[in-house]
Design a protein around this ligand. Structure first.
Ligand code: ADP
Ligand code: MG
Length: 263
């Protein structure tokens, strides 16, 4: 009798577990497919604008009835080439993420001064902050700012994080970038006063294509690729990234990079 009871008990437990597993898989798939749909509609939207601009410009250039001065023609050609550049950039972005996902990318390690990179990036992005009447301040306190790292990728990740800090803010962005170092590496923190991220979403923002839902529309453009790229690059260097955030108060992203990459 005992034996029978034990066996049926074991079966019950197995059944309950497989049921739970099935249900949770279904929910996970559903979430993933929502994320994918969002991504595709976003992407279609981003591609549509330059494509329609290009086709309009071509139409005008083709139309014999419209008189064209050389100046006007070159204007249209410039429009086409600008939009074309934007399209290639988009494609480049998406392709790069695909490569990252497969883990097929190599770092070009060079001795790199993080402070110089931060200052250069700020100089490039300052105009965007000023357009939103915000400000960027720095507290570059790291005593050992020179590490071995891939300059291009590190510049990209700093750019991505500042770009997010500017984008995800409803008021005038106030951004602080601080560094400190210990004997193993450097910490870079990027702090904003933006919309913040809920605890639940903090785990997911580093996933490819994930974007926080703000109602029905995404009023800020993006593909949800930036942070997954940042994470991949940081981890490839043997570093780590974490986020501290509170809804409506702001977020701080802290990147740690070892002085010598471990991979
Ligand atoms: N500084 C930030 N403040 C608030 N939310 C952020 C911030 N950075 C990222 N997020 C959230 O994380 C998501 C993923 O960011 P990211 O991968 O850079 O993609 P994208 O910026 O293209 O949407 C964003 O859509 C946004 O919802
Ligand atoms: Mg981004």
């Amino acid at each position: 009798m005992w034996f029978m009871l034990l066996v049926s008990g074991a079966f019950m437990i197995i059944l309950v577990f497989s049921f739970y597993y099935t249900i949770s898989t279904i929910f996970r798939q559903k979430k993933l497919s929502e994320i994918k749909n969002d991504f595709i509609s976003n992407m279609t939207h981003e591609f549509k604008t330059p494509i329609s601009t290009i086709s309009l410009a071509c139409e005008v250039l083709n139309d014999k009835a419209i008189e064209k001065s050389p100046e006007r023609t070159s204007n249209y050609v410039k429009m086409i080439s600008d939009e074309n550049k934007r399209l290639s950039l988009l494609v480049e972005n998406i392709l790069q993420t695909a490569i990252l996902d497969k883990g097929e990318f190599k770092l070009k390690i060079q001795s790199t001064d993080i402070h110089t990179l931060i200052e250069q990036t700020i100089a490039n992005i300052k105009i965007q902050v000023e357009n939103k009447e915000g400000e960027i301040t720095t507290e570059l306190n790291a005593e050992l700012p020179v590490i071995n790292a891939d300059r291009v990728h590190i510049t990209n990740i700093i750019f991505n994080l500042i770009d997010n800090a500017i984008k995800y803010s409803n008021q005038n962005p106030v951004i602080n970038i601080a560094t400190r170092s210990n004997k193993h590496g450097i910490f870079i923190s990027i702090k904003d006063n933006g919309i913040g991220i809920s605890k639940e979403n903090q785990h997911r923002i580093f996933d490819t294509m994930f974007r926080v839902h703000t109602g029905n529309v995404h009023n800020v453009k993006g593909f949800g690729l930036g942070l997954s790229y940042v994470k991949a690059v940081v981890e490839k260097h043997g570093g780590s990234i974490k986020v501290e955030s509170e809804l409506n108060k702001g977020s701080t992203f802290i990147v740690y990079l070892p002085t010598n990459p471990t991979t």
